[in-house]
Design a protein around this ligand. Structure first.
Ligand SMILES: *Cc1c(COP(=O)(O)O)cnc(C)c1O
Length: 354
């Protein structure tokens, strides 16, 4: 690992807000720690990051983020083990993906040192905010947006990179009922679906609201061309178990390269579970549900790790999935969280000490 000389200046909060937080009743991502990292892009380069008290930021009304949506983000977590040691999970992959998103949105790439050193310094500084309750963690949100001003529809000349931290309870929301989407699309070939770009999520809200009104919790996105293949589960990657085979769609322009997805694939292979990475047609899933070979469906992403699906709707028909013992979902979730919380060996080298 590179030894860095970056010494990030820290302006400490005068008083900590930590006493005001009820760590036994945390929701997801709605309370923030005492500090945040800020890094500005000006005059053609990223300036060194600094850490300041968590606070509101001020922007010009013409800042391009408001008009042209140049905005990208990442999501990851910091974990505290039973001995109080602090860990991240595959953070370099988040850094690389942030720059993939940056490129697609014509945002200047960030230097690795600013991201990694900034992240470590901030998490260390606010480490007492990492909840230790089972399943809880500190949600880490790095993001970059166009702060440069002007109504001209072109990339901004100034940007801000920030990292904020939010102590969060476990994301357990129960099993979800999903609707296979037949009209709207999340992403298209040549588009920005593979980037964690803010607008991708804005575009998902309306179709998701329609699904919620129909009694579902979430949308299963299908290909934009003919809505023939299932691609993602809300803002998570999707897995389907037919018989004993675990299947997920290959990444593409339209499918985000999730770190949880990659980890699930590696662990499933390690467990000897037959794995297929290929297109999954809606008709195959419906057929499998009818003949009883559809055993499980679940979403995979940082927030929930694995989110089991109870059933799905398609063409006005609801299909229920069976309750099964020893589900892949619970087995895989346990293996991943055991690595994250330093409760097991980390044979893949994913854990990263802060
Ligand atoms: C963030 C995200 C995922 C999951 O990625 P992780 O790295 O596992 O958190 C999957 N799909 C979409 C659309 C996402 O935005």
């Amino acid at each position: 690992m590179a030894i860095t000389t970056l010494n990030i200046p820290i302006e400490r909060a005068e008083v900590s807000k930590i006493e005001q937080v009820d760590f036994d009743n945390l929701s997801f991502g709605s309370v923030f720690t005492d500090h945040m990292l800020v890094c500005d892009y000006k005059d053609g380069q990223w300036e060194p990051p600094k850490i300041i008290p968590y606070q509101a930021i001020s922007l010009e009304p013409s800042a391009k983020i408001f008009h042209y949506g140049q905005s990208i983000f990442e999501g990851m977590k910091a974990y505290k083990d039973s001995e109080g040691q602090v860990w991240l999970f595959r953070p370099l992959d988040n850094f690389k993906r942030l720059n993939i998103s940056a490129n697609r949105m014509a945002i200047p790439e960030l230097p690795e040192e600013y991201f990694m050193e900034g992240l470590k310094t901030l998490v260390k500084l606010d480490a007492q905010w990492i909840p230790q309750k089972e399943g809880s963690s500190l949600y880490v949100r790095p993001f970059v947006f166009a702060s440069g001003k002007g109504f001209h529809a072109s990339p901004a000349d100034e940007y801000k990179f920030l990292i904020c931290l939010a102590p969060s309870g476990s994301y357990f929301s129960g099993k979800v009922k999903v609707l296979i989407e037949e009209k709207y699309s999340r992403a298209a070939n040549g588009g920005v679906g593979y980037a964690k770009a803010g607008g991708n999520y804005a575009g998902q809200f309306y179709p998701t609201q329609l699904a919620i009104r129909k009694g579902y919790n979430q949308v299963i996105w299908t290909d934009d061309h003919a809505h023939e293949f299932i691609e993602e589960a809300g803002a998570m990657n999707i897995f389907v178990r037919i018989g004993d085979t675990l299947i997920t769609a290959p990444t593409s322009d339209r499918i985000l390269d999730g770190i949880t997805r990659k980890s699930v694939l590696d662990i499933a292979r390690d467990e000897g579970i037959p794995v297929e990475v290929r297109k999954i047609s809606v008709s195959e899933v419906v057929e499998a549900a009818k003949n009883g070979s559809l055993k499980e469906m679940f979403g995979a992403g940082t927030a929930a790790v694995i989110s089991p699906i109870a059933g799905f709707g398609f063409k006005e028909v609801d299909y229920e999935l069976p309750e099964i013992e020893d589900s892949y979902a619970s087995r895989l979730k346990k293996r991943i969280t055991d690595i994250q919380f330093n409760r097991s060996e980390d044979k893949f080298g994913w854990r990263y000490k802060v």
